[in-house]
Every structure is written in C-alpha cells, then in structure tokens.
Write a new protein. Structure first.
Length: 394
C-alpha cells in the first residue's frame, strides 16, 4: 500500500533525526529541533517512538549553565547496541569484515585471504555467505548483524546491487545483492569503495555543511563519489562518477578495465608501479596488486634521491589535475576532497595537479572550488559501508 504524504514526511523526519544523532549525538531535544528546523512536537513524537523501539537513550541531566529557565536539559543519543550491521570489503584476494553498531562505530575485525580472481559467480556467493556465517559465529548473539553492507573495488550498480566489473574478480555482471539475500536472509547493500569513502567523509562533523562535493579516492585504482544537493549521487543507472575511467589520452596507457588512456592508467598504484619498473629494477611478486610497502618505497625514493620518480608523480598529478579541471568546469562543486591510500604521495603530485588546473581553467572558476587533501590515517571504506547498511534499514 502506498504511504500517504503525511507518513512519508514522518519517515523522512525520522531518518533525518537518526542521521543527525548518529553524527552529533548526544544532544538536547531543543537543540536537535533547532538544528533540523523541526517543531518541538515533531521531535518529541519521533524521539518517543525511537525510545519505544529501544533505539534511543537518555543521558543524565546536564549541569551546564544555560540562558533558559526550567529543568536541566536531558541529552539524547542513539543506543549503540540497539542493533548491529556487518560491513564487508571485497578487494583483491581479501575479504575484510567489521561489525558496525547503531551509531556507526566499527569493531571486531575479521580478515579472510582467498584467490578472488579464481572465483566463479557461485564460488563468490559461497565464499561471502560462508564468511558471514563464520563472522556471526564469532560474536555474541546480541551482536548478530541485521544487515550486510559490501564495499567493492570497481564499478558497481548501487541501485540493484550488481557488480558490473571489479579488478578483484574475473567474472562480470554479478548479481551479488539478489543472490546473497537469498542465501543469508539479510538485507544487503552494495556500493563501490569510493562511494563508501564519500559516505564516511560525509558523516564527519567538519563536512556537515557541505551539500555539493566530490571525494576522489586514490589507491590501487582511482574512484570518485559525489554528493549533490546533500545526497549521494548514483546516476540514472546506479554507477555514476567513474572518474578514474574518464579519458586523459584516448590512445594512451593500458587500463585494467580493458581500455586505454584512462586517468587510472596513469595515477593508480598499479600504473605508477608499472611505470616505475621501467626506471628501476623492482620486485614483481604481485604485479596485479603492489603492496602498501612497495608503494611507500617509491614515495621514499622520490623524496630522497630520484628525480625520475619525482617526475613520475608530477605527471600523475598533472593527469589528476586534467580530470579535476573538467569536473570543476562541468559541476562547479563546493569542494573536492582527495583521499585514499594513494594519497600517501599527494605531496609529490600536488604541484603538477595545480599547474594543470591553472593551465586549464580561468582563475575565477578555480577560486569557486576548494581542493583539500584528507589524510588516509585509517581505512574509511568500512565505516562508509556500515553507514550505508544502517541507512538502508533505519
């Protein structure tokens, strides 16, 4: 049955309150209402409903001084253990899982190594279902997840949960969401890793005021997530913002997607390692997926004594700047945030990036968009997929 307009408004307000508490709680009801521009009656009704569902807790009355009369204010927050979700990251030769609580905080890591490119469709379904059952057996009953979120390297249809293409897999067009929901009997959310990073950044307090921004993820590949009008943008077919596979030079370097000249084919870790190997003898124990240690060796050498490597990173910066200049010209975004494990070398790319921007765009256009580097101190993709899994069942 179709929901009435009143029901839809109430559900939208409820989701808005849950989201705000997830980021800003604990907070007093009056401050919550003012922040979201909701009436006291609406806030009271929805928070009472959340309390009845055991999803909201009250903290002892605060003793802070206020300019208002009456009783001390009670702070409310989401109950962390109201329920949990499982965040799973599928990457080359690895399944990494974390438990996420109702507040979006992660814990209980489990990592399973396997040859992902050797998996058939059925083998992939079996491997993930088995990993979920194994994880469930390792946590207490009250922490068993109510939903599963999967972050995937590659191109994903975020609307129907299909993996269109991933460097971690040999198979393509994998209907992962549909098949897994049948096997594990849980709601499943699928997203690519860049969208997960974008969601994790969107839920940081310092970025709450942004409504139109992009997050470019540097790493093994190059991804991007976009928030437009305050919402994660997936496009009509669910796989928008494939920044890394936009073209820098059509007849250029080979990309793992099968085409040539993609931005990723110059800026991705595998591309940088490939091009560096033409300059120096490098270990190719795993040519498909250079390790973090291997990439850090290149950065260290560029910083110390290798002009050739510095030039290589400068070129990567120019290629990145080419893509960003097109992005600014087309979308006039508020901010572009650059992060991901590959941002370990951002300081070596930055000059080339800015030079290309200045050569490509008039200064007035550049001035309207802020470019910011967000350090990759932790893997934020798991945090992002946990948030997406939570929001799917909120």
């Amino acid at each position: 049955m179709k929901k009435t307009d009143t029901e839809q408004i109430r559900l939208a307000n409820k989701k808005q309150i849950i989201h705000y508490l997830r980021v800003h709680g604990p907070i007093a009801r009056v401050d919550l209402g003012q922040a979201l521009k909701l009436s006291p009656a609406t806030v009271t009704a929805i928070t009472s409903e959340l309390q009845q569902e055991a999803r909201l807790i009250e903290h002892p009355a605060t003793t802070e001084k206020t300019n208002t009369r009456g009783r001390p204010r009670v702070l409310i927050d989401l109950a962390p253990d109201a329920f949990h979700v499982l965040g799973l990251k599928l990457s080359i030769n690895e399944l990494k899982m974390h438990l996420g609580n109702h507040k979006g905080q992660v814990s209980d890591e489990m990592v399973i190594d396997l040859d992902t490119r050797a998996l058939s469709e059925e083998g992939l379904f079996d491997a993930i279902a088995s990993a979920v059952r194994r994880f469930n057996a390792s946590v207490p009953a009250h922490k068993r997840p109510k939903a599963l979120g999967i972050a995937v390297q590659g191109v994903v249809n975020g609307l129907n949960g299909e993996i269109i293409w991933s460097p971690a897999l040999a198979v393509r067009k994998v209907p992962l969401k549909h098949e897994l929901e049948q096997r594990i009997q849980l709601p499943v959310t699928i997203a690519n890793d860049a969208n997960c990073l974008t969601m994790a950044i969107r839920h940081q307090r310092r970025y709450q005021s942004l409504t139109d921004f992009a997050v470019i993820m540097l790493g093994y590949g190059i991804g991007m997530g976009m928030v437009i009008n305050g919402e994660l943008y997936l496009g009509h077919h669910g796989a928008a913002a494939e920044f890394g596979h936009s073209k820098y030079y059509p007849e250029g370097a080979q990309c793992l997607c099968g085409k040539r000249g993609c931005i990723e084919a110059y800026v991705g870790d595998y591309a940088l390692y490939r091009d560096a190997s033409a300059l120096f003898p490098l270990s190719w124990d795993n040519s498909l997926h250079p390790t973090e240690d291997s990439m850090q060796v290149l950065v260290n050498k560029a910083e110390s004594d290798s002009k050739e490597l510095r030039d290589l990173f400068q070129r990567a910066g120019r290629v990145l700047g080419h893509g960003i200049s097109n992005l600014i010209a087309l979308l006039s975004l508020e901010k572009i945030i650059i992060s991901g494990p590959g941002s370990r070398a951002y300081h070596l790319m930055e000059a080339g990036l800015m030079t290309n921007l200045e050569d490509s765009l008039v200064s007035d256009l550049i001035a309207e968009t802020t470019i910011e580097h967000a350090a990759w101190d932790e893997d934020m993709t798991i945090k992002g997929i946990v948030v997406l899994a939570l929001e799917a069942i909120d």
